[in-house]
Design a protein around this ligand. Sequence first.
Ligand code: ATP
Length: 274
Amino acid sequence: SGERKSRSRMPVQLSFEEIGGQERAKQELVEALDFLVKQEEIKKFGIRPLKGILLTGPPGTGKTLLAKAAAFYTDSVYVAASGSEFVEMYVGVGAGRIRDLFKDAKQKAAKAGKTSAVIFIDEIDVIGGKRDGGQHREYDQTLNQLLTEMDGIHTSETPKILLIAATNRKEMLDSALIRPGRFDRHIQVDLPDKKGREHILRIHAKNKPLHESVDLMKIAEESFGFSGAQLESVMNEAAIYAMREQSATINHPHLSMAIDKVMMGEKTDREATK
Ligand code: ATP
């Protein structure tokens, strides 16, 4: 259908090296993916196969990047959707879209000649929130459809489907989603620490003329509490300041100004939503 054209259709070529910090999350994810790849061994040991991985943590910390890297790492096609796409006025429409999402992933895998597909659902809490006994029937049907699709995941051999979902609010999720056999791997994706921030800044400085005197560890110190998305903004804003001044390179003051700007921006955003 038309409204899902916006979903990422581009080939995904994002490796774990392009994700700064998040060392523990990356390691846990790779372990889970390696496990997924060893299907034969898993069968031999009678281990229940992994169906879903849940990424939890604040916005802008790299959950989407991790899902894309997971697809690249496992040589899978990548199909993404957001929980809010499934919220509809009419009962059954959301459930139909879930069905289409899985069908779409399988078709894309077949077309690309791949044996697996990664389906990423951001904001899973929108459809996977706690059910309240008949109050929101359209949500219930959508969630039920998702559970049905998850139950079917390993019954057909190819293509293999790995579902990765993300939420900022794990405590909101219906228990049916997080019980064993559903999303049974949970990976916490926190705000980056200083070393992680330095790493993220370095990644986003790669294509920019940084003055040689700039110490990114200092910038990481100044940007305490920033998410990866905010750090990406800092680098971008600093480049804009440098260009505006017709400076050949980005220097420390440009970066400090950019940090202030991003911090202020967040404040006004928050004020506006009050
Ligand atoms: P949300 O919960 O808001 O969907 P998210 O955790 O999925 O956020 P991403 O979409 O992965 O966040 O990140 C947004 C952008 O921020 C990325 O495209 C990237 O530019 C930057 N970014 C975030 N985290 C990192 C990181 N760890 N390393 C490098 N860049 C990052």
